[in-house]
Design a protein around this ligand. Structure first.
Ligand code: SER
Length: 301
């Protein structure tokens, strides 16, 4: 069967690069980008685009039918910092978009789903170092609660309705093509922009706040490898732990100073510190390595 892919949230930090990579791989016209707003020129000009609100089931179903969509990547979400400000809006977007896509798959209108989870599914009582795949998960953020619930529903739809849904617990993602928005790990992207434009950066996390992080190329490759793996190798139908590196803002600043010796950083922790403090410092991703051969390529130097 021919593959036609729909990306929801295609204009975001991950969606933009995912769409461009999938278009290179499967052909521009087989990868339909959608979002509630328009995106970058490279995204808008490289293939089909639809304005789509993923919380509207009928609109989603219409796009899926029109393009004969077989696979959906649901990248639309409200991230951790913004979700603390708008809890009900975050819950509505993060959960209802997922239900809409899972229900399309249950009705056999699509046959494969990717939905991203996050290190935010873990909470203050989770072991912080080399956090295992299966452990205490008591998320204390609105975003984390939505991702933890989403994972439970993904596994439920797989077991109950045989929906082929696959998911990764992304760490903080570092990229340059599209800015992140509303996340707690966003400092690790902002810092580069401020280093170049102002030669200095005021970080909203403390200098020793170590978090799991990954470069976008690795995250996109992990996503494609997971989606292309044989279904019988996908043993985890909630979401896989995924890891590349961990560092804190001070280490990141030192890495930038190797290239910009005059770069300065200071620290003014805000409400996002409590979010970061509730998350793991490093992640054990041995299940992903064992089940579908995951290996990261890129680390901070
Ligand atoms: N990077 C995201 C955030 O900071 C977590 O998935 O919200």
């Amino acid at each position: 069967m021919e593959k036609y892919i729909l990306i929801i949230g295609a204009c975001g930090q991950i969606g933009t690069e995912l769409t461009l990579t999938l278009r290179e791989r499967y052909g521009n016209n087989r990868v339909i980008a959608s979002d509630i707003r328009e995106g970058s020129d490279s995204l808008m000009n490289s293939g089909p685009f639809e304005i789509l609100d993923a919380t509207n089931y009928d609109a989603l179903e219409e796009v899926v039918a029109y393009y004969d969509i077989t696979e959906v990547y649901l990248m639309a979400a409200m991230l951790s910092a913004t979700a603390e400000k708008f809890p009900m809006r975050a819950w509505n977007l993060n959960m209802n978009s997922l239900f809409n896509v899972l229900n399309l798959a249950k009705e056999k209108k699509i046959n494969k789903v990717f939905w991203p989870s996050s290190i935010a599914v873990f909470g203050p009582n989770t072991p912080k170092d080399h956090t295992p795949q299966h452990t205490i998960m008591e998320p204390s953020t609105v975003y984390g609660i939505s991702k933890q619930s989403g994972e439970r529903w993904c596994e439920y739809y797989f077991k109950k309705f045989n929906v082929d849904v696959r998911s990764l617990r992304y760490p903080g993602l570092i990229s340059w093509k599209t800015m992140p928005g509303g996340g707690t790990t966003d400092y690790a992207v902002e810092i580069y922009h401020k280093a170049l434009s102002q030669g200095r950066y005021t970080c909203f996390l403390k200098e020793d706040t170590s978090l799991p992080m990954m470069f976008m190329d690795d995250a996109i490759r992990a996503t494609l490898e997971l989606m292309e793996a044989d279904a019988e190798n996908i043993k985890v139908r909630s979401a896989y732990n995924l890891s590349a590196m961990s560092f804190d803002p001070a280490e990141m600043a030192r890495s930038i100073q190797k290239h910009l010796p005059d770069f300065n950083i200071d620290y003014e922790p805000d409400f996002r510190q409590a979010i970061a403090d509730s998350w793991p410092k490093s992640i054990d991703d041995s299940d992903a390595q064992k089940d579908w051969g995951w290996q990261p390529n890129l680390i901070l130097t």
